[in-house]
Design a protein around this ligand. Structure first.
Ligand code: NAD
Length: 441
């Protein structure tokens, strides 16, 4: 099938590459010239495991190409995916200007039946707006459908998630569009009943409901972690006990530094805004959001407490800047909050992340209290303590003797609960984690 993907970011590039891998003829379009130049050279502008090699293969086999020219990119496409940003607006709603801007440009370009697909996360009612915008911008009556097909991939696992999805949601009232979408996704599904058809509005709400549910699980467990800290419980034990209930399951139950990333914070905010606009008081989601705001400050409060507020001149080594492991994405990362809190209190930060340092340098390169190191041990040299923010696999079993030798004091603040409390005690560390008794103090 001939497919165009407008917006070649995390979602668009993964979508385009995976569709090409199934034999489709894909053109990815982006306004970012630098990104398109990188892609045309066969390189990948983002870090996503498995993407670089799959992309190279499909470029070599001429199944995927890249352009900045929308008209050229959508020419004779049977399906046009919109994988454009929907960032948070000032009032908390999802900013639809990217989507509606492209919809307006598409109007005059459509000259045959085409399915336009909202792949971005968009508020209920958006597919209607996209349809109206395209129709209004077209010179004559044009034949097209707009489908809502939200994306559920997880950064760090995106290729696998797209290739082997739990389910594919297709929101459409058009049988013709449904058949096109079904044909496109069938090669990815062993069980066709997992291609779920529903109305456009239900599909739009489904995406927000899924993200809000996951964010709520995280906040819930962070609240339980705070309760554990006030008692003698260990949240990891509680998590195991609760998560092994089949009705509950164990995913998204890890206590930590608070959720971040490009989706949960903005999607929770946007769903709250939609709810308010529709006159519904979504109080459980308000709590999810406020618990998360507090959690992003939690570990820094523990640092202040440990040092009795004498923070000026201290140095923290930071392991991890990405909002989670296996991505270079730093959007809304708890590490950014920590950097802001610590450096404004006079603490110097030495940071290391296997993939995300370039992105943080772009953002905070001129912060004099922030420096970067080449590896996870170099970053420790001369620091007063180590703080772990991201759960990269290389941090799971480090050389604790090397850590002790490099730090001024054997002190670790761990927002990911990576290490065993008993072992840290044996090793002589002061070890402060989330929702578990502190070791050594
Ligand atoms: P992104 O910022 O990584 O990519 C968006 C791309 O669109 C950028 O490359 C940008 O240059 C391009 N773009 C902007 N305006 C354009 C225009 N007029 N024409 C062509 N290209 C244009 O964003 P993303 O993370 O891929 O997210 C896209 C959407 O998918 C969002 O709605 C997001 O909420 C949703 N989503 C993201 C994820 C994720 O894990 N990142 C998962 C599911 C859903």
């Amino acid at each position: 099938m001939k497919v165009a993907v407008v917006g070649t970011g995390y979602v668009g590039l993964v979508t385009g590459t995976c569709l090409a891998a199934e034999g489709n003829d894909v053109t990815c379009i982006d306004i970012d010239k630098q990104k398109i130049t990188i892609l045309q050279k066969g390189e990948t502008p983002i870090y996503e495991p498995g993407l670089a090699s799959l992309l190279k293969e499909n470029i070599k086999d001429k199944r995927i190409s890249f352009t900045t020219n929308l008209q050229q990119g959508v020419k004779s496409a049977e399906v046009i995916f919109l994988a454009l940003p929907t960032p948070e607006s000032e009032d908390g709603s999802a900013d639809l200007s990217y989507i509606l801007g492209v919809a307006k440009q598409l109007g005059p370009l459509i000259d045959h039946y085409v399915v336009v697909v909202d792949k971005s996360t968009v508020p209920v009612g958006t597919s209607k707006q996209v349809r109206q915008t395209i129709a209004k911008a077209a010179a004559k009556a044009v034949n097209f459908d707009v489908v809502s097909n939200p994306e559920f991939l997880k950064e760090g696992m995106a290729i696998n998630d797209f290739m082997n999805p739990d389910r594919v949601v297709i929101g459409t009232s058009s049988d013709k569009a449904w058949r096109v979408m079904h044909r496109l996704y069938k090669p990815f599904m062993n069980d066709e009943s997992k291609i779920i058809r529903m109305s456009e509005a239900s599909a739009e709400i489904t995406k927000y409901a899924a993200n809000a549910m996951l964010a709520t699980r995280i906040s819930f467990m962070n609240a339980i972690a705070n309760l554990c800290e006030l008692s003698e419980a260990d949240v990891r034990e509680v998590q195991q006990g609760v998560g092994s209930d089949q009705r509950i399951g164990s995913s998204f139950l890890q206590a930590g530094p608070g959720y971040g990333g490009s989706c949960f914070p903005k999607d929770v905010q946007a769903l709250l805004k939609t709810s308010r606009d529709l006159g519904y008081d979504f109080d459980i989601l308000e709590a999810t959001q406020s618990i998360n705001q507090r959690q992003k400050h939690h570990m820094f409060e523990r640092v202040k407490e440990y040092f009795n507020n004498n923070l000026e001149g201290k140095t923290l080594a930071l392991w991890g800047l990405a909002f989670k492991a296996n991505t270079d994405d730093i959007r809304e990362s708890p590490a950014l909050d920590l950097i802001k809190q610590a450096t404004s209190a006079g603490i110097a930060i030495q940071a290391f992340d296997p993939e995300a340092m370039a992105n943080v340098k772009k953002l905070y390169g001129n912060n004099k209290l922030l420096s970067f190191a080449d590896d996870e041990y170099q970053v420790l040299e001369g620091a007063d303590a180590l703080m772990i923010i991201t759960e990269w696999s290389e941090f799971q079993s480090p050389d604790f003797n090397r850590i002790k030798k490099s730090l001024k004091k054997s002190l670790i603040f761990d927002s990911r609960n990576l290490y065993d409390l008993g072992y840290m005690h044996e090793q002589g560390f002061d070890y402060i984690s989330i929702g578990r008794p502190a070791v050594g103090i």
